[in-house]
Every structure is written in structure tokens, then in C-alpha cells.
Design a protein around this ligand. Structure first.
Ligand SMILES: [Zn+2]
Length: 282
């Protein structure tokens, strides 16, 4: 029922989510507003979305009827019950946020969910007094994904990903629920980096090679339950090195992950996701 950009966009405005057009991968060139395109098709805003969103069905029809734009949600323009603000939790793999909840001794609530190419977007309401942005807070290094709040946007249901995957509502009857307190607590808490056992900074004070050895030691020193989180964190640091022009230690990290007992494909995906997150080429 939301398998086209128009159907998705209409569903959104009828449910009170302000929409705006993004690039659609079927057009020959990216229609994003940006000066230079990074080549990732289907997700660049085609308008100044903080102002140019709409809740009007007719305008939505005009914008999306030809199927040449992806619908997206202007997160900061959404208003929920009691003036609450929209918070979208973007899991880079299915169940990533559910795993974080479990690690906090919690169960992730049933809430509005849009299935994406890699995982899912979970829509939640946050108290208006809370100043949230795109920062992960204490979840930094623990969560395989992102959060979107405030001056942000997410691609919506009915949109087409560059891979051909369709963004789809998991259950059109399920509205967003209030964000759980543990999540809000974590998001407003300063990030803390793992410091148990090996401190790779101590182990790697000097050049790129030593730094890479420190990261490898950090991964090898993982316990079963935190292997993937530690790999993700180490890969984020490695990605920073790559961005700074140092040698790419990815193969060493992958080798260490496999030696630590992780599945090679899963480990490669974790590293890739960390590199993407940090804006390094994966
Ligand atoms: Zn673009």
C-alpha cells in the first residue's frame, strides 16, 4: 500500500509527517540541491527541507505523482502528542537497536518501523524539552546505526534505495510510541569509550603501525558478548586514520576479528558500517 513514492508520501502526510522530495535513483542524474554529489543516489534532498516540507495532500500529489522523487520526512518539523518531537533510530542491520536494548536489560518496544535497504528506521516520540540531535551519546560504539532528531531528515516509505530495495512500513497500523527512558538517558549522556583491559591508546602511542597493532590487540582482547561492539569501535578509529591519510588497517582488523571468533562476513560488514559511519571509503 506504500509501494510507490506517491503512496508513501500520501501515507506520511495523512499521518501527520511533513514530507519533502529527495532524489530518486531512476533519474539520470541526482536531483539533490547540493553543489557536488557524493554519488549515493536516492537520499539527497531536492529542496531546502527545513522549510520546504508539506502536509498538504494536493501538493504531495503534484510532487510525487510521477514517481521521480523519493519521499522523505522532515524530522524536526514533526509534532506528536503533547508537542513531543520525532526521534528516528536508524539500525544499520535488522535488530541492531533491539540488541542494544537487550544489552541494557530492556526490551525494544513495538513502534512505527520503516524497513530500509540495510535495516530499519524506528519512529519514536521524545519529550519537547529534551535537546536531541544526531549524536549517539553513550550509545557511541555500542550501536550499529544512527539517530535522527532535530534538524534532520529520513527517507520515508515508498522510497527506492539505489540498490533497488524499497523502503516499506513494517506495519502500517503501528504508530510511534514514546521513546523509552533508558534510550533518552543514553542519548543525552556523554560518550564514553571502552577502557576495560587493553587500553589501545596506551598500547599505541606512536606511528600508524603501532596504532593498528593497538586496535588489533583491542579486538583480540574481546569477550564473546562484546566482540562486535569492540570491533565496531576499533574500526571507527581505523576509519579516522584512513581519513587522516594513514594506511588502511582494515585487513589487520578483519584478521583479528576472525581470530577473536567472529564470522568473517559479519566482521567485514561491521567494519564497512564503521567506515561508512565515519565517512571513510569502505
Ligand atoms: Zn546527490
Amino acid at each position: 500500500m506504500t509501494r510507490t513514492p506517491l503512496d508513501g508520501a500520501l501515507w506520511l502526510v495523512r499521518h501527520g509527517f511533513p514530507v519533502f522530495p529527495c532524489d530518486h535513483p531512476s533519474t539520470p542524474r541526482c536531483t539533490g540541491l547540493h553543489k557536488t554529489c557524493d554519488g549515493s543516489r536516492g537520499k539527497h534532498p531536492a529542496v531546502a527541507f527545513t522549510r520546504a516540507w508539506t502536509l498538504d495532500e494536493r501538493r504531495t500529489h503534484e510532487t510525487f505523482a510521477r514517481g521521480l522523487r523519493n519521499p522523505a520526512v522532515a524530522v524536526g518539523a514533526c509534532s506528536g502528542p503533547g508537542g513531543s518531537r520525532l526521534l528516528v533510530v536508524d539500525s544499520d542491520r535488522p535488530g541492531a537497536i533491539d540488541d542494544v536494548a537487550a544489552a541494557h536489560g530492556q526490551r525494544w518496544p513495538a513502534t512505527m518501523r520503516v524497513l530500509t535497504a540495510k535495516g530499519h528506521h524506528d519512529y519514536l516520540w521524545a519529550p519537547p524539552a529534551l535537546k536531541l540531535g544526531n549524536g549517539l551519546g553513550a550509545l557511541h560504539g555500542q550501536f550499529d546505526g544512527d539517530v535522527r532528531a532535530g534538524n534532520a531528515y529520513v527517507v520515508g516509505p515508498g522510497a527506492r534505495h539505489a540498490s533497488g530495495a524499497l523502503y516499506e512500513l513494517a506495519d502500517p497500523e503501528q504508530p510511534p510510541v514514546p521513546a523509552p527512558a533508558w534510550l533518552l538517558d543514553a542519548l543525552v549522556t556523554k560518550p564514553s569509550f571502552p577502557s576495560r583491559r587493553t587500553r589501545w591508546r596506551d598500547a599505541a602511542p606512536a606511528g600508524g603501525d603501532e596504532r593498528a597493532r593497538g586496535l588489533v590487540a583491542f579486538i583480540l582482547d574481546s569477550r564473546q558478548g562484546d566482540r562486535n561492539n569492540r570491533l565496531f569501535w576499533a574500526a571507527c578509529r581505523a576509519a579516522e586514520d584512513v581519513r587522516a591519510g594513514r594506511e588502511d588497517p582494515r585487513d589487520a582488523l578483519l584478521g583479528a576479528a576472525v581470530r577473536a571468533g567472529l564470522d568473517a562476513r559479519e566482521a567485514a560488514a561491521t567494519i564497512r558500517s564503521a567506515y561508512n559511519r565515519m565517512g571513510a571509503t569502505a
